[in-house]
Design a protein around this ligand. Structure first.
Ligand SMILES: [Zn+2]
Ligand SMILES: [Zn+2]
Length: 398
C-alpha cells in the first residue's frame, strides 16, 4: 500500500521547490536509504520506497498539481508504480537518469524473461456494491512500446549504434558516487541500453516508450473489504527498454486497491454489519413492528415488549458476503431508545399519568416510609400507594 505521509515532507523540500530541487532531494535520500547502505535496517527499504513514490508524484507536473490541491485523495484512481512490490534495483533503474546512470540500473540480473513493472491504482465502491460485486471501468496510464520506433528510440529508418563506452554490455565496473557503490554499474553513456541513439524518434524522444491512456473493465468480487487488492495479471508495463527494447517478455500486473466508501448507516465487522435503530419509548415498552435499514432497503421486523436501550438483535443473513465462501453475515441491530425532546400537551399528560403509576407516593402521604430498602414486597406496596394517589388526584379533578 502506498504511503499516507506528506510527499514534500518525505523529500524534505518546500512546497514551492522546483523540479531540480525535487530531483536533488530525491537523489540524496535514495542514496541515503538504499538498502545496500543500510544492512540490517528494515526501515531503510521502506523509506527508500516512500521516497520513490514521493518523487514519482512531485516530478510529474500534472500529478503534483493534483496532489497540491487535493492531497493523497486526489491521486486515488491515478495509476502509479507499486513500489512496495518492486525490487530496489528496479526502482533505481526506473529513475536511472537522475543517478547519472550510476545507480545499478539494468544491472539486476533477470532470471527468466524480462518482466515489466507493476502498476497500482485505486477504485472506490459502495457497501451496497460489496453485496453483489460490481464491474468498474478503470482508467490508467501506462508506458507502452513506442510504435514508430518499435521501442528502439531511434528515428524510423535509422538504427541505434552500439555504445562504445560499455562495448554494448550496458554495464561498466566502477566505483560510483564517490565509492559508495562498489559494483558493476549501468553504463553512464547508454544508461544500460547497450546502444546509442543519434537520431531520436520524434514520438518518444528516444525513450522507446510512450505513456498511453488505457481503460479496463474490471470485475470486483462480492464480499471484498476496504484495502484489498484486485490483481489483473499482465496489465502493467512492458519490460523497460534497458531490459528489452522491443518489449518482449512479460508485462507487469495492475493492482487495484479497492476502497469501500463509508456508509453512515452501517459499520462493518468482517461479514457482519452493525446498525443503530431508533425506537420510541412506547414501542420499546410495548413491543411492536419497527422498520430496519438493510443493504437491500427497508425491512420490517418485530421487537419484544420491554426491549431495552442498547439491546441487540440479529437479522440473519442480512450482512455482507464472505469473500471466499460467499456466505452472508448478519445485520446486528443496536436499539437506541429515544426520549422525546418535545411533547404535545396530550403526550405530556399521558406520560405524567404514566409517571404517577411508577413513582412511590410523596413523603406527605399517610403511610410513606423511609427509603433505602428495596424488594418485591415493597414495590407492590408502592404500586398500591400510587394507586391511592392516583385516585385522590382523580377525585380532585386534577
Ligand atoms: Zn553503454
Ligand atoms: Zn519512438
Amino acid at each position: 500500500m502506498s504511503t499516507s505521509a506528506d510527499y514534500y515532507e518525505i523529500l524534505g523540500v518546500a512546497r514551492d521547490a522546483n523540479g531540480d530541487e525535487v530531483k536533488r532531494a530525491y537523489r540524496r535520500l535514495a542514496i541515503k536509504w538504499h538498502p545496500d547502505q543500510n544492512p540490517g535496517n528494515d526501515e531503510a527499504e521502506v523509506r527508500f520506497k516512500e521516497c520513490a513514490e514521493a518523487y514519482e508524484v512531485l516530478s510529474d507536473p500534472e500529478k503534483r498539481s493534483v496532489y497540491d490541491r487535493h492531497g493523497h485523495a486526489g491521486l486515488r484512481g491515478r495509476a502509479g508504480h507499486d513500489f512496495n512490490s518492486m525490487h530496489v534495483e528496479d526502482i533505481f533503474s526506473m529513475f536511472n537518469d537522475i543517478f547519472g546512470g550510476q545507480g545499478g540500473g539494468g544491472g539486476r540480473r533477470q532470471r527468466g524473461p524480462a518482466r515489466g513493472y507493476d502498476l497500482e491504482t485505486e477504485v472506490e465502491i459502495t457497501l451496497v456494491e460489496v453485496l453483489e460485486g460490481c464491474e468498474r471501468e478503470i482508467p490508467f496510464k501506462r508506458l507502452e512500446v513506442c510504435s514508430p520506433c518499435k521501442g528502439s528510440g531511434a528515428k524510423p529508418g535509422s538504427k541505434p549504434t552500439e555504445c562504445t563506452t560499455c562495448g554494448g554490455q550496458g554495464q561498466v565496473a566502477q566505483n560510483g558516487l564517490g565509492g559508495l557503490f562498489r559494483m558493476v554499474t549501468t553504463c553512464p553513456t547508454c544508461q544500460g541500453r547497450r546502444q546509442i541513439i543519434k537520431d531520436k524518434c520524434s514520438e518518444c524522444s528516444g525513450a522507446g516508450r510512450t505513456s498511453v491512456q488505457r481503460k479496463l473493465s474490471v470485475k470486483i468480487p462480492r464480499g471484498i473489504s476496504d484495502g484489498q487488492v484486485v490483481r489483473v495479471a499482465g496489465e502493467g508495463e512492458p519490460p523497460p527498454p534497458q531490459m528489452s527494447p522491443d518489449g518482449t517478455g512479460v508485462r507487469g500486473d495492475l493492482h487495484i486497491v479497492v476502497r469501500v466508501a463509508e456508509d453512515e448507516r452501517f459499520e462493518r465487522q468482517q461479514s457482519d454489519l452493525i446498525t443503530a435503530l431508533e425506537v420510541s419509548f412506547a414501542d420499546a415498552a410495548l413491543g411492536g413492528t419497527v422498520t430496519v435499514e438493510t443493504l437491500e432497503g427497508r425491512s420490517e421486523t418485530e421487537i419484544d415488549p420491554g426491549t431495552q436501550h442498547g439491546e441487540l438483535f440479529r437479522l440473519d443473513g442480512k450482512g455482507v458476503p464472505d469473500l471466499r465462501t460467499g456466505q452472508r453475515g448478519d445485520l446486528v441491530v443496536v436499539v437506541h431508545v429515544v426520549v422525546p425532546r418535545k411533547l404535545t400537551a396530550k403526550q405530556k399528560e399521558l406520560i405524567a399519568a404514566l409517571r404517577d403509576t411508577e413513582r412511590p407516593a410523596p413523603p406527605a402521604a399517610k403511610d410513606s416510609r423511609k427509603d433505602g430498602s428495596k424488594g418485591a414486597k415493597q414495590d407492590d406496596s408502592a404500586k398500591k400507594r400510587v394507586g391511592f394517589w392516583g385516585k385522590m388526584k382523580d377525585s380532585l379533578g386534577n
